[in-house]
Write a protein that binds this ligand. Sequence first.
Ligand SMILES: NC(=O)c1ccc[n+]([C@@H]2O[C@H](COP(=O)([O-])OP(=O)(O)OC[C@H]3O[C@@H](n4cnc5c(N)ncnc54)[C@H](OP(=O)(O)O)[C@@H]3O)[C@@H](O)[C@H]2O)c1
Length: 227
Amino acid sequence: MTTKTQARVALVTGGTAGLGLALTRALAADGWHVITNGRHEGRIKEADFPDNVRALVGDVTDDVHRGALVNAVWERGRLDLLVHNASTLGPLPMRPLGEATIADLQEVWRTNIGAPLLLTGELLPWLRAGESTILSISSDAAVNHYETWGLYGASKAALDHVTLTFAAETGVTAYAVDPGDMRTQMHQDAFPGEDISDRPLPETVVPHLLRLLERRPQSGRYRAGDF
Ligand SMILES: NC(=O)c1ccc[n+]([C@@H]2O[C@H](COP(=O)([O-])OP(=O)(O)OC[C@H]3O[C@@H](n4cnc5c(N)ncnc54)[C@H](OP(=O)(O)O)[C@@H]3O)[C@@H](O)[C@H]2O)c1
């Protein structure tokens, strides 16, 4: 049964750690109803979310799980914000493009482009032109070229393209946003053994994302730090 709600509704993929967790907490604290997910149930339990967060265990690349996310939106009866945040660097340690296998490509493409593309398509009936927002978390690696970051960077460039094509096709405002370096597990995985304590915590990036959402510039690619 659909529960028509006054509260704004966000779906944030990968909301159990790092930037997704920080954003989920901030939106929930601001009164949003947040639907989120992650593959590990333990992280969801650890997050100890408030009642206005619905966290589902599952993988964004899984069709049945995406169906459950879409159903959770349907139950709320609206979708104001769709955040594509869940992402993978691909096989670790990261390696040069010449060493990429088809399995590596499939993993990175399915997670970083396939899932956001299909999930957006599945949620189009709920995304209102001029009102709802699609926010895809990109990277500076989408536009810069770093050794060993090729697979991930190309996938983020494609994510930007997919995100902004949805904006062109539907009139739904969409952003591809580079959050900048953050002290998270993903960042540590990219720099194994390195001290990353000088990188800002993801909680410091959230206010920039919220300002972007509030100001609602035209659809495009942005850096979080510019807001
Ligand atoms: N950290 C940085 O310096 C940095 C820089 C530029 C861009 N970014 C981008 O910022 C975003 C957030 O990164 P982060 O550093 O916060 O990552 P993170 O700390 O590794 O957190 C990733 C979150 O996504 C979930 N997740 C990963 N794969 C998933 C899947 N297939 N299905 C469902 N959930 C999944 C993880 O939970 P489970 O593992 O339990 O599934 C976790 O909750 C990503 O898009 C990343 O590419 C990060």
